[in-house]
Structures are given as C-alpha cells and as structure tokens.
Design a protein around this ligand. Sequence first.
Ligand SMILES: [Zn+2]
Length: 258
Amino acid sequence: MTIFFISGQKAKARKEKIRTNMPEIQKLIDNNARWSDEKLRQDPEFFHRLSDKQTPEYLWIGCSDSRVPANQITGLLPGEIFVHRNIANLVMHSDHNCQSVLQYAIEELQIKHIIVCGHYGCGGVARVLSSTSHKSTCCESSHHHSSPETLELESSSDKNDDLMNNWLHEVKELDEQYASILSDLPFDEHFDRLCELNALHQAKNVVQSSAFKRARKKGQSIQVHSWIYDLNTGKIKVLDRFYSNSLDTSSALTQTSE
Ligand SMILES: [Zn+2]
C-alpha cells in the first residue's frame, strides 16, 4: 500500500508529477492532472469559485452501479449536484447515512429538487429476484457431505448473504406487495417493473422522511422526482409522470410545500 503525505507547500506539490508503480492507478492520477488543467484553461476561476462554497440545486439519490454516474448522465459540472449512492438506490428510514445526506441537502444546501434515479438491470434488484426464484431449489439441496471447512465457508457466505438480504429487504417486500401484478410477467418484464417500482417507492420514502416533512412545514419548496435510467440507451425515463395514471404514487411524488 502506498500512502502519500501531502506537504503544506501546496503550490510546490501541484507542480510535482505524482508517480506510482501501479499503471491502473497512475492512469487516474494522470487523468486528474489533465482534467484540472483543462478546466483551468476553460475557466481560470473554476476551482477558486467552487472552493469557496457549493450551491447545488439538486440532490441525486442513485445506485452505486458504475454505469450510472449522476454528473455525466445529466451533463452537470462539479458543484451542481449533491450525490448519494448506494446499492439499489434505497432511501430507508433506518439508514443514518442516507437520512443525514437528505437533512444536509435540505437544511444546509437548501436544494430545490431531489431526484431518486433507479436503473434497469440493477444488480441489487436482480439479487432479490434470484433469491426469491431460487429459494425452493436452495432448500432442497443437501449438505450431507459437507466437510467442516465447507460448512465454515458456507456459514460465512450465509453471513454475507444476510448483510445484502437485509439491505435489500425493502425491494423484496415491494416484490411481494405487487406480486399480483408482477408474478405472472416474463422474467425480463418482472425485472424491469420491479426496478421502476423500487425507484418510485424510494422517492415516496424521501417524501415521508422527517427532513422533508420539516422542510414542508417551514414552507421550503422542494420537488421530488422519480426517474429510471436505461443502460441500453443512456436515456432517463421520468417515472412519476409515466406512472401517474396507473399507480397511486404521483400524488406523493409531486407534493411540495406550496
Ligand atoms: Zn443498481
């Protein structure tokens, strides 16, 4: 592991080219040097302005998936969107991390729009579907011939499964809640609809969060949006509008303080 100590002489440090013996890491450092040079060339005050303070109008709550980067797909610059990402873009009331981000964005940054963006092909949602469909075969499998080593491995992998299953429990509950609509669909369609429903449900969780409710009480105007991103086309679909006639989610999603 390489640790860099940054000296107090910032000006000097900036001029020195950072070198590592790891090409895959060096690439990022070189990219950064080129990016910051280019930004300065386009706008000499860019970093100076941003270092002063941030004034983003948007909070993005999205999936950690590397294919759904908030800034790039919305064409926004650093400083323009406050971002929180986790597996399957969840907004759970028990998640202090997400709830703190919400509170900070609403109370400190006074953001005007909260966008919850899911995406098709979400690995978190896929995991819920696969755990549901494989449950019966999993229980049928025999462990009679397991050695103590295998058992230990199995129990540690069970613990990891518990962590992920616990994280994704709201998606699973959603799948069960809408089973009458979803269970008869072909797998791909079931998968797509559950990704959409999850994005809508998480946006509703934003509306029901205490930070959002407090803001409404104070008369702060914040719009909540539910989107889904299509990995195949790179396009965003607006779900709160898309679903407004078929599911009772639009009223919750369009609530503002006004
Ligand atoms: Zn995802």
